[in-house]
Design a protein around this ligand. Structure first.
Ligand SMILES: [Fe+2]
Ligand SMILES: [Fe+2]
Length: 149
């Protein structure tokens, strides 16, 4: 499977959870935020970490060879910041939860947008398509059996 397609599919699965989190922060009730955080937990922890691991260890090193490690490094730095805020958020008290949720939502949306609008197109224009093909055993995300709602 093409690595960029796989990463973009992951982003599409994550975005509805981010939308829901942002919405919940604009509601008055704390319960709304907690419910949205519970619903997003699997996507923002195990699944996000697998996605980031695939980018950091497999895909970005490939991209760095053709588009330069400097551009790729900013995205790797983002990953560390995103994971750090995510970890703080899930152990935060209710006072901090809303502001950390908004911070994570903003940072993650911006990161996904920049990957899709800048990094991935640069990779696709600079690299031969076969370079971006991953072997089946390189798939870190579980196979996608349900294609959406
Ligand atoms: Fe990504
Ligand atoms: Fe990323």
């Amino acid at each position: 499977m093409n690595a960029i397609t796989m990463l973009t599919d992951d982003h599409q699965k994550l975005r509805p959870f981010l939308r829901k989190l942002a919405q919940s922060c604009h509601e008055q009730s704390e319960q709304e935020v907690n419910t949205a955080l519970d619903m997003a937990k699997a996507a923002l922890t195990g699944e996000l970490d697998r996605h980031i691991d695939l980018e950091d260890t497999l895909v970005f090193p490939l991209l760095a060879q053709s588009i330069g490690s400097e551009m790729v490094q900013t995205f790797i730095d983002d990953h560390r910041q995103i994971q750090s805020i995510r970890d703080q958020l899930y152990s935060a008290d209710s006072l901090m939860r809303r502001s950390l949720t908004l911070a994570l939502d903003g940072m993650l949306q911006d990161h996904l947008d920049r990957e899709e609008n800048m990094l991935f197109p640069a990779a696709e224009s600079q690299m031969a398509p076969e370079t971006l093909e991953l072997e089946p055993n390189e798939h870190i995300m579980p196979p996608d059996n349900d294609k959406g709602p």
